[in-house]
Design a protein around this ligand. Structure first.
Ligand code: IPE
Ligand code: IPE
Ligand code: MG
Length: 244
């Protein structure tokens, strides 16, 4: 990676890990085989993020809309997620990774909930990399949940309505931190209900690479893309150059 890319690292990278099914279908395999292959790419992106010194990584593993898939695929995904978390928990912990689940765990099988709670507790003291796994996650349900939490506080007189601001609101989200770089594999230019609030000013990198083929090289291309962006946040380019 070039020196200039190193100077402008995103603090929070979010990834829509898409294309497992197409990867499998292109090989004449069952879609589930694509999800299995995708698990390896998850390990690759976590390692790459750690090596590059990214403080926070949020991975979209299962959306609140993915329940609409055939029951057998949903069941296979749930089993795979549980196994992947269990098999990698000790290594993630040894690497200083803190795992947090973003999403509604209550609809998940009790056994899977237990596995997720265990890895969250095990890795809670770590801070080398914060890894948010978005599971049964949808941005709209996340926002509604935050609105409800703030409304409860306002109704109880714990906060005045005029004091509700970005910080108050985002503190009630599963993922309070803004996304700097959003990566989507599989070539689709859409957000699929992922981190709508947090991506307000995210730089968006879409690659045709299918998720099981994702590796450190693709990650570095996304980081180089990010380093080359001028993030204006509403200002003009001339204003930014004047403050350099
Ligand atoms: C992403 O891959 C994994 C999940 C949504 C769980 P897909 O399964 O959506 O793969 P495509 O988009 O059908 O290729
Ligand atoms: C988004 O992928 C969800 C995950 C990657 C977990 P989808 O494959 O579900 O998205 P759509 O349906 O193509 O928008
Ligand atoms: Mg898809």
């Amino acid at each position: 990676m070039s020196a200039s890319a190193g100077e402008k690292l995103p603090r929070h990278v979010a990834v829509i890990m898409d294309g497992n099914g197409r990867w499998a279908e292109a090989r004449g395999l069952m879609r589930v085989k694509g999800h299995q292959a995708g698990a390896q790419a998850v390990r690759a992106v976590i390692t790459a993020a750690r090596r590059r010194g990214i403080p926070m990584l949020t991975l979209f593993a299962f959306s609140s809309e993915n329940w609409r898939r055939p029951a057998a695929e949903v069941a296979a995904l749930m089993q795979l997620l549980g196994r992947a978390v269990q098999d990698n928990a000790a290594e993630l912990n040894a690497q200083g990774v803190r795992v947090q689940i973003a999403g509604d765990k209550s609809r998940l099988a009790p056994r899977l909930q237990q596995i997720l709670n265990d890895v969250e507790a095990l890795t809670a003291p770590n801070d080398a990399l914060i890894l948010n796994i978005a599971l049964n996650y949808g941005a709209r349900p996340e926002i509604i949940r935050a609105v409800q939490a703030v409304a409860v506080k306002a109704a109880a007189g714990q906060i005045a309505v005029q004091d509700i601001d970005d910080a108050v609101f985002s503190s009630e989200l599963y993922v309070p931190q803004d996304v700097d770089l959003l990566i989507r594999t599989g070539g689709e230019f859409r957000l699929s209900n992922f981190l709508l609030w947090q991506c307000a000013y995210a730089e968006i990198y879409v690659t045709d690479t299918l998720w099981p083929d994702f590796d450190a090289e693709v990650f570095d291309r996304a980081l180089a893309f990010f380093a080359g962006r001028e993030r204006r946040f509403g200002r003009t380019s001339a204003q930014l150059k004047a403050t350099l």
